[in-house]
Design a protein around this ligand. Structure first.
Ligand SMILES: *Cc1c(COP(=O)(O)O)cnc(C)c1O
Length: 298
């Protein structure tokens, strides 16, 4: 599924970039597919491959009610005729989120479990294994070495080879790890966590990367806007301005925070003159449907 796409690269034009002598590009992974958007298709790559190689394999994975990962997995599985189960954090709500409705539309079976049990299964896959012993278990957000190995395929794109800096939003850190796996030592890889105080990031990365010869990424910690899926008016204004100026839609959970952070750091003079800054648009636009109508101009 990954072989037949060509990557769109948008070079942003603004006096700001001229002033600081840098170039900023948005790598449009979001355009690869409207549903299996952005980074998710990459993180799923090897799991889906494994599921396809096993007769009658079922897939089980996890996520919250607005999870881009769940809906991407659901769609992917439907496309390839793989049965799949989504374990959803929290009790079944009276009205399902648009994300979960789409999961059902794509044939995913949903199971709602309490937050306590969810945590238990997330931390201890044996707990899940007993119940789903006929299934291939994909950790939440593809968080695993296999997920990172899939995300590393983002770097197969030649367009990314001329980057001096590659920036990505960080949720589970699987995508960041994948980029680090396949970057050259002259490239600086930058992660922008969308979670407040992500203390376990430096445990996550060695687990995912498992190769001490790889260069340590840089982390911009100040752009979580209050925490996961939190937003401020400033962030929403930024998204609308970014769209008006560059014609690129962003999502409020991940890519808007990343773009905001990168532009803020350009203004701070973080990037040396001549920098070629590539920002991964990891998709996630379906999540904007949870905002009140009229919040965004796109
Ligand atoms: C899931 C997601 C991320 C986070 O990727 P991780 O590999 O979990 O760090 C970033 N951006 C978007 C749009 C996503 O949906």
């Amino acid at each position: 599924m990954l072989s037949d796409h060509s990557l769109q690269l948008d070079k942003l034009q603004s006096p700001l970039f001229n002033e600081y002598g840098v170039s900023m590009y948005v790598v449009r992974l979001d355009l690869i597919h409207p549903i299996i958007s952005g980074n998710k298709i990459f993180k799923l790559h090897y799991y889906i491959k494994e599921a396809l190689e096993t007769i009658d394999k079922k897939v089980v994975t996890f996520g919250g009610a607005f999870s881009n990962h769940l809906v991407a997995t659901a769609y992917c599985c439907q496309l390839l005729g793989i049965k799949c189960i989504g374990i959803v954090r929290g009790e079944r709500p009276g009205i399902l989120s648009h994300t979960l409705m789409h999961c059902l539309d794509y044939g995913m079976e949903l199971e709602f479990i309490s937050r306590t049990d969810y945590k238990k299964s997330e931390q201890n896959y044996n707990y899940i294994k007993e119940q789903y012993n006929d299934c291939l278990i994909i950790p939440e957000g593809g968080f695993s070495h296999l997920g990172a190995k899939g995300a590393a395929k983002i770097m197969d794109n030649e367009a990314l080879h001329s980057a001096t800096h590659i920036c990505t939003a960080v949720g589970t850190a699987t995508t960041l790890a994948g980029i680090v796996l396949n970057a050259t030592h002259s490239q600086e890889i930058i992660g922008i966590p969308v979670i407040k105080n992500m203390e376990d990031l430096w445990d996550r990365l060695p687990y995912l990367i498992n190769d001490s010869t790889k260069k340590t990424p840089s982390i911009f910690n100040d752009y979580h806007f209050g925490g996961y899926a939190k937003k401020t008016n400033e962030l929403i204004d930024f998204m609308n301005e970014f769209y008006t100026e560059f014609n690129i839609p962003t999502d409020f959970v991940y890519t808007a925070k990343m773009c905001y952070g990168v532009i803020d750091k350009i203004r701070e003079g973080y990037f040396p003159k001549g920098s070629e800054i590539y920002c991964l648009h990891t998709g996630g636009l379906q999540g904007n449907a949870s905002l009140p109508k009229g919040t965004l101009v796109f």
